[in-house]
Write a protein that binds this ligand. Structure first.
Ligand code: KG4
Ligand code: ZN
Length: 350
């Protein structure tokens, strides 16, 4: 559905909703990309005891949180619903039940208020966080998305045009951090726990594989690395023994170094293949200090521009959904029968 330019000219404030996984988030952003408010309600404590996100629990928690989170975003922006000119919502990819809650809330607001509905692709939004943090254009760029559900490299010609260059053939990097943390008895979410434990460990203490790193395939693989950690903790055929704090720190540091080696190595390969001079990194794992440091070193060495958003824009948030501005400027709004696409990047990719 297209939106006529005369109508776009009068738009001012966009309410953005994000509920793709286990964060319920809302933000108010202007058409000039000024962030008026951002609210993120985390569900970490609900999923902690399971060592991972439980989809049914996540969607029920979104139902409880979505209205208070929207109210709080409006309150912090000092605005009421009367001041909102469009509603944007992430409808792909993510957990089906979680996506549905955000989409239903967005549709209800649009229907009640006669507002345009804008679809946000959560992966494109993770890269768009770099555009917001930079405060200037970053496209075309190579996009590296490292999150709990995705680990992929994209040629991002414009904010809305993404070409997949390669991704993980099994686990996502964040998933591997979460599972290894659980094996080491560290709290959920695993990424920050591994990073913290690794600070006291030796990254060379345990020899771990770097799957696919030596191949010229633009793909990642983390399940073998995860299994290698498992067998280091408890070799096949032996009984599990308690790990000393030193062993936990060394395993955490060695795992983190191996995962970062794989992420950096394939990113360098993609930069070489595409000859792109700008690298944008998004997703929860982009919060990892060791990954940020290693990418920073490589960017300086190669003389390329590196954009990694501040931590609050790396993990899931609604502000990055300001990519809706680009869709509105392109005249792209959605009908109210818009659906969710849990696994597929459809509908919102142009
Ligand atoms: O992008 P995100 O918030 O949600 C998804 O779309 O998946 O990413 C969540 C993932 C989790 O797997 C979490 O463990 C990981 O990001 N993560 C980290 C760090 N902070 C969050 N991984 C490594 N180091 C971190 N500091
Ligand atoms: Zn995400």
């Amino acid at each position: 559905m297209s939106f006529v330019r005369a109508e776009i000219a009068v738009l001012k404030n966009i309410l953005i909703l994000e509920s793709t996984c286990d964060e319920t988030a809302a933000a108010v952003v202007t058409m000039e990309r000024e962030v008026l408010s951002s609210v993120v309600a985390s569900q970490e404590h609900l999923h902690e005891k399971y060592g991972g996100v439980v989809p049914e629990i996540a969607s029920r928690a979104h139902v409880e949180r979505i209205v208070p989170v929207i109210d709080e975003a409006l309150r912090r922006a000092n605005l009421s619903l009367d001041d909102i000119d469009a509603v944007a919502v992430a409808n792909t990819p993510g957990l089906a039940g979680s996506l549905l809650v955000g989409l239903a809330a967005a549709k209800a607001l649009c229907l009640a208020r006669g507002l345009p509905l804008v679809a946000v692709n959560h992966l494109q939004a993770h890269i768009y966080a770099c555009r917001l943090a930079a405060g200037h254009e970053v496209f075309p760029c190579l996009g590296l998305i490292v999150s709990g559900g995705h680990t992929s490299l994209y040629r991002c010609t414009t904010p809305l045009e993404f070409e997949l260059l390669g991704g993980t053939i099994d686990d996502a990097a964040g998933e591997a951090f979460d599972k290894v943390a659980s094996l080491l008895g560290l709290p959920f979410p695993g990424g920050p726990s591994i990073e913290k434990a690794a600070q006291g460990g030796d990254p060379r203490a345990v020899s771990l594989p770097r799957p696919l790193l030596d191949s010229d395939r633009l793909e990642f693989s983390f399940s073998g690395l995860k299994t290698a950690v498992r067998y280091r903790i408890c070799p096949p055929g032996t009984a599990a023994t308690a790990l000393t704090p030193r062993a936990v720190a060394d395993l955490a540091a060695s795992f983190q170094e191996a995962a970062v080696d794989c992420l950096v190595g394939k990113t360098l390969l993609a930069l070489k293949r595409t000859q792109m001079r700008v690298l944008c990194v998004g997703g929860g794992v982009a919060a990892n200090a060791r990954l940020r440091q290693r990418l920073g070193d490589e960017a300086r060495r190669l003389g390329i521009a590196l954009h990694i958003p501040p931590l609050s824009l790396c993990t899931d948030n609604a502000v990055m959904g300001a990519i809706a501005v680009e869709r509105l400027l392109a005249g792209l709004v959605e009908p109210l029968d818009l659906d969710v696409y849990p696994g597929l990047v459809r509908q919102t990719s142009r």
